[in-house]
Every structure is written in structure tokens, then in C-alpha cells.
Ligand binder design. Structure first.
Ligand SMILES: *[C@@H]1O[C@H](CO)[C@@H](O)[C@H](O)[C@H]1NC(C)=O
Length: 322
């Protein structure tokens, strides 16, 4: 007996080939903005940050680890190459996700998490010159509620703030890697149950002493004032809510980029982030899924989660022009 009848096989081929056809045509389309392509060993890269001092992008591996992508200044359109710089055997099975460069301490902070089981999360710090590990701090203990450590921001003193997209809380980790406290707030939990599945996600530190955090499924943007005892307020966003917002990056003190779906949104505030408005939207390669934003020479670049191609996977870091 044949495993598939001709009919079901035809159906299956149609079912598969339609999205593949769309993807191929999207891939062939001439991109409207500048793109850095790079070859990679993995299909999934959650975050990319531009390291201006060392002329490279740093990317986090969904299969665990960190890579660098040196940018050749006169390289033209050549495909860049990813080089692995961090691989932690003791974190095997965990994904590396959000990252932030702590420039004044010449280090990078990297979030690691057990994405499927939601049982483990950790924050690691590495020296940007030697890639020596400075600390590895578990955020979870056995028996804790389920969690999904996702993104990280760093304040002027070097404290790190790690979002939990599952439990909608924020772990605060001190400059030397000591777990200090957990920031919780009823505002972090939307009333509608179906909006609770994907919670606090992208986070940035604003130079005026507060954090800006996004809640992916409710689209809420929060301001957390560190000087006022971590007071939490919802930022009123005209043109919001910012549904499906993922990674954040400040383009300037009053301009925030929200990566996600749509690929990029530019949000501006004229009153220190009590209120804000969506002023522009950028639509990039949707099928690759924008997950993080970074700024290179005053321009916004969006990391895309999905690599394409075989045997070499090719990833795209796409300039967002607003
Ligand atoms: C993640 O790393 C921790 C710490 O080493 C380990 O105990 C855990 O099993 C890992 N998670 C998975 C899903 O492998």
C-alpha cells in the first residue's frame, strides 16, 4: 500500500510549495534598504548588536553561544562571515537571546534561557576584548515558577535588568553578577488572559535614569523610574498599542525603535516618556522576522531571526529607514 495517494501527495506539494514560492519571491526581491548578509552555522539568531569600537556585529545563537561578524569597511556587498566567540558547554540546551553592550565596562551581557521547558535562565557577562567570562549568574532555582529570560538592559552603575517574557517580571543583577532583586508590578499583567502568553520583552535603559520596557502581547510600553523606587507607569502611546513589539533600541533620548511585527516602528516622545507617539513604520523582509534593533553610525539596523539557504545559512541585518 502506498503511503501517500497521488491526490494527497499533490495536495501536500501544493501546501508546501505555496509558502516556499512566496518566500523565494520575497528573497529574490531587491531589498529597498541596505542589508548586511552573513553566513552562519545556525538558522536562528535572536539578537544582533553593533559594536562600534571593534567594527563588528555581535550575534546571539539560538542554539547557545555568541558570534562576531567583522565588517570589512570597503567590503561592498560581499557576504560577511560569522565567527563563534563564546560557546558554554555548561549551558548546553539553552538558547542565547538578548544582549546589551556595557561600553564603559568594555563588556557585553548575554541572556540565556531554556526556551522550551522554561525551567532555567541565566545572565552572562564577557569581556569585549578577550571574550573571557566575567560572570554567569543563574536567575532561576529549582522549583521556581516557569520563566523565560529574554532581554537585558544595563544602567549607568552597571546593574543589569533582565525581562521574563513568561512571568512578566524583571530580574535585577548587580555590576559583579549578584542577583539583587526582582521587579514585579500588577501593571505587567494584562487583564485579558490571552495577552499573558508573551509578556515583558525588549528593554532599554534611558540616560535620564529610567527603563523602557515593552509587553509583546498587550503592546504596552512601560516607564520604570529607577530614581523613584522603580515606579512603574504605562507610557501613553498615540498610534499604539505596540502589539508584537520585541527588541528595543534608543536612537536618541527621545526616539525609540521597536523591532517586531511590523519590522520596525519609530516612537517619539517630547515629554521624557510620559507620553509618546508612533511616527513611522518600516516594513522589511517579513518572512525572516525582525527581533532586535541596533544603531550603527546613526542608522537603525534590524536583526532577523531566520537564516535561509543550504548548506550555508545566510542571515540578514537590514537597515530600517523611517
Ligand atoms: C540549561 O543550562 C542549565 C545549567 O547548566 C542546565 O541545568 C539545563 O539542563 C539546561 N537546559 C536545557 C534545556 O538543557
Amino acid at each position: 500500500m502506498a503511503l501517500f495517494s497521488a491526490k494527497s501527495l499533490t495536495f501536500l506539494v501544493l501546501l508546501i510549495s505555496i509558502p516556499v514560492g512566496i518566500i523565494i519571491s520575497l528573497e529574490r526581491a531587491q531589498p529597498a534598504t541596505h542589508v548586511y548578509h552573513y553566513h552562519s552555522t545556525g538558522f536562528f539568531r535572536e539578537c544582533a548588536k553593533w559594536d562600534s569600537d571593534n567594527n563588528r556585529f555581535i550575534v546571539s545563537y539560538f542554539e547557545g553561544g555568541v558570534g562576531q561578524i567583522p565588517v570589512v569597511p570597503a567590503g561592498g556587498e560581499a557576504v560577511l562571515e560569522e565567527v563563534t566567540v563564546v560557546r558554554e558547554p555548561e549551558l548546553a540546551g539553552n538558547a542565547s537571546l538578548g544582549m546589551v553592550i556595557d561600553r564603559s565596562r568594555n563588556r557585553i551581557l548575554v541572556v540565556n534561557a531554556d526556551v522550551l521547558g522554561n525551567r532555567y535562565g541565566a545572565l552572562a557577562a564577557y569581556d569585549l576584548s578577550t571574550w573571557n567570562r566575567l560572570f554567569l549568574t543563574p536567575l532561576t532555582r529549582t522549583g521556581d515558577e516557569k520563566s523565560f529570560a529574554d532581554d537585558v538592559a544595563v544602567d549607568a552603575e552597571g546593574n543589569a535588568y533582565v525581562t521574563d517574557v513568561k512571568g512578566s517580571k524583571i530580574w535585577k543583577v548587580g555590576v559583579d553578577g549578584e542577583l539583587l532583586s526582582i521587579i514585579r508590578n500588577p501593571l505587567f499583567t494584562p487583564k485579558e488572559w490571552y495577552k499573558t502568553f508573551f509578556g515583558l520583552n525588549g528593554i532599554v535603559y534611558h540616560p535620564d535614569g529610567f527603563l523602557i520596557v515593552i509587553h509583546t502581547f498587550s503592546g504596552n510600553l512601560f516607564k520604570i523610574d529607577l530614581a523613584k523606587g522603580e515606579e512603574v507607569k504605562i507610557i501613553k502611546v498615540e498610534g499604539g498599542p505596540l502589539y508584537f513589539g520585541d527588541g528595543l533600541e534608543l536612537l536618541s533620548p527621545n526616539k525609540l525603535v521597536v523591532a517586531g511585527s511590523p519590522s520596525g516602528r519609530l516612537v517619539e516622545s517630547a515629554d521624557g516618556w510620559d507620553t509618546a507617539s508612533v511616527v513611522a513604520t518600516f516594513s522589511g523582509p517579513k518572512h525572516r522576522l525582525a527581533t532586535a534593533a541596533t544603531v550603527k553610525d546613526g542608522k537603525v539596523y534590524l536583526n532577523h531571526m531566520l537564516g535561509m539557504g543550504y548548506p550555508k545559512k545566510k542571515h540578514a541585518i537590514v537597515e530600517a529607514v523611517f
